[in-house]
Design a protein around this ligand. Structure first.
Ligand code: BGC
Length: 351
């Protein structure tokens, strides 16, 4: 999937900000016909918090892919312009201002800073341009500012619960996790960005599942590695120095950081000496699946980038054309929120 994205990415250009003539899905077939509404083109903007984030790029890849599928059979020209906000809210604001100025049909935003949602909603409301937030969820108070504000994502609590279940099942199946046999699971927690719903709730619910099942836990350390592999690797290198062999589990809010953790464990020779520490992530990145297969990651939770991207495209199409996409069937939703379910992935579920 990443490969195909790169190809399309170079065509559509992940731009800092416009010229905005950059056309997303290069039209595969342009016809002269139009929809019942008389529309012969749809033009939408997709604004990413940071194109350096592999999970986000999988989602972007999916949006573009389904746009391309629709274009093959569509009567209208489909233009999806993708922008990279480079983790900078100010830059994102100017990008959105430009999309508004150029009267795009609809905008999908992966916001940099969730507390900026209200400001953005006020602007699109005034311009009457419907907006879909994805992956980074505005608070309900902001979501309710206008009826043309939507959210497409996953339940952060559910991902945490599934991480807890992976660990619980491993303990119940007799895996040697409580190495010092003190009846308590000593763990460290790698967290995503502070303030992100997925950091706060995944951490809380993963541990809650264990505690609810009567398993005692002890948090040796918790820190943010900002969703990033390199930062996570450094953190875990520090922790294994500090706690030596006392860490019994590494919980990670996402796979990138879980992969950083196993790089650190590899460097410290943990896999050679059979003293490896179970690591659990979230996302289902292909490298994480490989690591599960290689017995380096115990499990992950599928944060379905493909389905989320598909649902986002379907909604953008619908908001722009007032018609139903032909390639994206209607997802169950309450009119405002659309949730894509998670799935547990372990070596057993993969084979
Ligand atoms: C994903 C992370 C990603 C983050 C970005 C989370 O849902 O699990 O991998 O970095 O979203 O907002």
């Amino acid at each position: 999937m990443r490969g195909s994205l790169k190809k399309i990415g170079s065509l559509i250009l992940l731009s800092v900000i416009g010229p905005l003539s950059l056309s997303g899905c290069t039209p595969l077939s342009i016809t002269n016909t139009s929809l019942a509404s008389g529309k012969n083109q749809m033009r939408v903007g997709v604004v990413l918090y940071n194109a350096a984030d592999p999970f986000i790029m999988n989602m972007c890849d999916s949006i573009i892919h389904y746009g391309g599928e629709e274009q093959k059979i569509s009567q209208i020209q489909i233009i999806i312009d993708v922008m990279d906000s480079k983790n900078n809210q100010q830059l994102q604001n100017t990008q959105i201002d430009e999309l508004i100025k150029q009267k795009y049909d609809a905008i999908a935003v992966n916001i940099v800073d969730r507390t900026e949602s209200a400001n953005i909603i006020d602007k699109v409301k005034e311009a009457k341009i419907p907006i879909i937030f994805f992956n980074r969820e505005p608070v309900p108070q902001d979501m309710n500012k206008w009826d043309q504000v939507y959210y497409i994502g996953t339940s952060a609590a559910e991902a945490g619960e599934m991480q807890g279940q992976i660990l619980l099942e491993a303990i119940e199946s007799g895996m040697k996790i409580d190495r010092n046999r003190d009846g308590i699971i000593q763990y460290v927690m790698l967290e995503g960005e502070p303030g992100h719903q997925d950091s706060i709730l995944r951490s809380y619910h993963s541990i809650k599942v264990l505690e609810d099942a009567g398993i005692k836990t002890e948090n040796l350390a918790v820190d943010t590695a900002m969703w990033q592999r390199g930062e996570a690797k450094n953190k875990v290198l520090e922790w294994v120095e500090q706690f030596e062999n006392h860490i019994e589990v590494i919980l990670s809010n996402n796979d990138e950081m879980a992969l950083g953790a196993i790089e650190a464990l590899e460097e410290k020779g943990y896999f050679e000496d059979d003293k490896s520490i179970p690591v659990i992530g979230v996302d289902g990145l292909s490298q994480a699946l490989q690591a599960i297969n290689d017995d380096k990651i115990l499990g992950t939770v599928l944060n379905n980038a493909d389905e989320q991207g598909k649902a986002i495209f379907g909604k953008l199409y619908n908001l722009s054309t007032k018609e139903q996409s032909q390639v994206v069937l209607d997802y169950e939703n309450d009119g405002k929120y659309l949730w894509i379910p998670h799935k547990i992935i372990t070596k057993e579920t993969m084979n």
